[in-house]
Write a protein that binds this ligand. Structure first.
Ligand code: GLU
Length: 284
């Protein structure tokens, strides 16, 4: 394997059993790595203790092995790396790129309802910036008081660090990024020490991922991820977002669709080779 060999990854969140759509995502990443003599990594994105369960992690590993997928090196389990995400947040905070947000969901919803313009981003309505405008003394007092807070990216300050617009490469084409569509994105939640956006870019960097493959529902997130890579000095991977599989009625497959889980297909007597064929045949 040369230094430029491709490194892909499959990064499921253990919030349910894998379904045919996950098999598709895993196979796309696995095949691209294997065909190029590169590396295929497996990462468990389990930072949200409310939604993730260890038994789903075990089931994911078992289902992938049954499917005939092998991965290189150890499985990276995000919940075992919380101090690393903290260090990345500290680095951003030291540069004045983050601010604490004390707002509750209800307060944000009220503020948005009361404002004339309520722009939406890929993660929902944009945060109106209430805590960005807090007087320094009040912010310090609330922090000193130990008040629960999230950490938000100060998008305007972050964008001001750019000499030219960011881009990302997908299938040989360069696309211009619009990270501002996320507003002041949450990088650490009150109840979860780091957000998906921070952990995914951090881990792709430390794991040396060169080609990020994932569903096209996450293409908007790439705009924000490129900004985080720029701010942290992390390398830029290439991207390949794939179509999502849908069921016979044209609805996107979801973890709630029990019938489509790999476990149920296996229990129904389907061979792994047949499930692989179905997962790759139906490209949405
Ligand atoms: N953990 C994410 C998910 O299950 C995928 C992350 C990614 O591929 O960037 O939706």
């Amino acid at each position: 394997m040369g230094a430029t060999a491709i490194v892909t990854r499959f990064a499921p969140s253990p919030t349910g059993y894998l379904h045919l759509g996950h098999a598709h995502a895993a196979l796309v990443a696995w095949r691209l790595a294997r065909e190029a003599g590169g590396r295929f990594l497996l990462r468990i994105e389990d930072i949200d203790p409310q939604r993730c369960r260890p038994d789903f992690t075990a089931a994911i590993l078992a289902d992938l092995a049954w499917l005939g997928l092998d991965w290189d090196g150890e499985v990276r389990v995000q919940s075992a790396h919380l101090p690393e995400y903290r260090r990345a947040l500290d680095a951003l905070q030291a540069r004045g790129l983050l601010y604490p947000c004390f707002c509750t969901r209800a307060e944000i919803a009220r503020e948005i309802a009361a404002s004339a313009a309520a722009p939406h981003g890929p993660d929902g309505p944009l945060y109106p910036g209430t805590c960005r405008r807090l007087p320094t003394a009040e912010r310090a007092a609330r922090l000193a008081h130990g008040e629960a807070h999230a950490l938000r990216l100060d998008m305007r300050t972050a964008l001001a660090t750019l000499a030219a617009p960011l881009t990302f490469e997908e299938h040989g084409t360069r696309l211009v990024c619009d990270p501002a569509q996320f507003g002041d994105a949450v990088l650490a939640r009150k109840d979860v020490p780091a957000s998906y956006h921070l952990c995914v870019t951090h881990d792709d960097a430390v794991q040396g991922v060169t080609l990020v493959t994932r569903g096209e529902d996450l293409r908007p997130a790439t705009h924000l991820h490129r900004l985080l890579q720029h701010l942290m000095g992390w390398p830029e991977p290439r991207y390949a977002h794939h179509a999502l599989l849908s069921d016979a009625a044209g609805r996107r497959l979801a973890k709630r669709d029990r019938a489509a889980t790999l476990r149920d297909m296996r229990a129904a007597g389907l061979e792994a080779a047949e499930v692989r064929r179905r997962a790759l045949a139906r490209t949405g």
